[in-house]
Write a protein that binds this ligand. Structure first.
Ligand SMILES: Cc1ncc(COP(=O)(O)O)c(C=O)c1O
Length: 373
């Protein structure tokens, strides 16, 4: 039978992700619009984003936190281009975004001493193969396969190389072991449902040392440059961004951070996201036609939750279209390079009650698609 109740918010995209509950544009009225981002109030708003990011995430006091151009991609690529070269590189990937970084390293930077470790969608490569006398590059959560790294135990504390981690769909939803990582990047559009455009770059003292002691042999565009004359450009990490940021996006991020704080900070965010995954787990347990792409629970993402279903590729497309048409789930098809299936964002901004209202629709859509094709 066709369900009647629909999710109140049917946005399940994995980026840009659903806005926080209670989101209103009016909440951004404090945005410093039409003023310079380099004015004292402008710099103060940007610095507030940095301070609140550090406080809510518990980033160590000796790590730098900066707002950088071009979202997570910008933060990652400025790091790869600025820091890689002096050591061999180990890259681990198990889905599309990790592969992009491997391609950057092999095909764009053309670094000769690169080892690539990969695994299929739904699996994790053997992280113990990492040699930390090399630089090691990986994503924390594979957004397009729904496979996450379970912990940082495989990363030694006394490493020589840098652990460079794209953590965009993990930060604010998973425990990130900061001290095990040297470069951590993420964007505002993911777990907090902020606006895209800007990235956050977090650097350990070891990463800063690399920037201050190494100059890559290739040219660096201005928006990638973080050091001058052997010294880190500290001001980037205090609110003086490299180029002009959107003060509206910044205000939107501050609004999301204030909401995160109001629900118990990082613990509250993780609880909400885990409850969303648990709602799906209960459903999968009792329905034989739907499967997690990550069959191993230990590596299963609680943000980008990916499924295969017992339908043909064409039927999966019809299934996704039907949910969209019924206004019960938008943007829930698997990523273009991933195996055909479904992906529902389960980060903290999604209400568990909306997932519970969605689940009967999945059952209904499955029967409808099977009937018609
Ligand atoms: C793991 C990962 N890395 C990089 C990106 C690209 O992010 P952005 O568009 O913020 O640059 C995404 C986007 O979904 C992602 O999931």
């Amino acid at each position: 039978m066709k369900p009647t109740a629909k999710p109140k918010i049917s946005n399940f995209s994995s980026g840009p992700c659903a806005k926080r509950p209670g989101y209103k544009l009016e909440n951004l009225s404090k945005a410093l619009l039409g003023r310079s981002h380099r004015s004292s109030p402008g710099k103060a708003r940007l610095a507030k984003s940095i301070e609140e990011t550090r406080r809510i995430l518990g980033i160590p006091s000796d790590y730098l936190v900066g707002i950088v151009p071009a979202s997570d991609t910008g933060a990652m690529e400025m790091s790869l281009w600025s820091m890689l070269g002096p050591k061999p590189v180990d890259v681990f990937y198990w889905e599309s975004f990790g592969k992009e970084w491997a391609d950057d390293i092999e095909k764009q930077l053309k670094l000769p001493n690169t080892r690539v470790f990969k695994a299929d969608y739904g699996k994790l490569p053997d992280l113990k193969q990492a040699d930390f006398s090399h630089d090691v590059v990986f994503v924390w959560n594979g957004t397009t396969s729904g496979v996450k790294i379970p912990n940082g135990d495989w990363i030694p504390d006394n490493r020589d190389g840098l652990a460079i981690c794209d953590a965009t769909s993990a930060v604010y939803a998973m425990t990130v072991p900061w001290k095990k990582l040297d470069v951590i990047t993420f964007s505002w559009q993911k777990v907090l449902g902020g606006e895209a455009a800007h990235g956050i770059l977090v650097l350990s003292p070891r990463a800063v040392k690399r920037l201050e002691s190494y100059t890559p042999p290739w040219p660096l565009p201005k928006i990638f440059r973080m050091a001058k004359k052997g010294e880190i450009m500290k001001e980037i990490f205090e609110g003086s961004t490299i180029n002009t940021p959107s003060m509206l996006c910044n205000e939107d991020y501050l609004d999301a951070l204030a909401w995160a704080d109001s629900i118990g900070g990082l613990d509250g965010l993780m609880k909400r996201s885990n409850a969303n995954l648990a709602a799906f787990e209960k459903f999968v347990d009792s329905h034989s036609w739907i499967h997690f792409l990550a069959s191993d629970k230990v590596i299963r993402s609680n943000t980008s939750v990916c499924f295969s279903i017992d339908l043909t590729e064409e039927q999966v497309k019809a299934f996704v279209k039907l949910l969209d048409k019924e206004d019960v789930a938008h943007d829930c098809g698997a990523y273009k390079n991933a195996p055909p299936g479904l992906r529902f964002w389960c980060g903290a901004t999604v209400e568990t009650s909306d997932i519970e209202l969605l689940l009967p629709w999945l059952e209904w859509a499955y029967e409808e698609v099977k009937k018609s094709q």
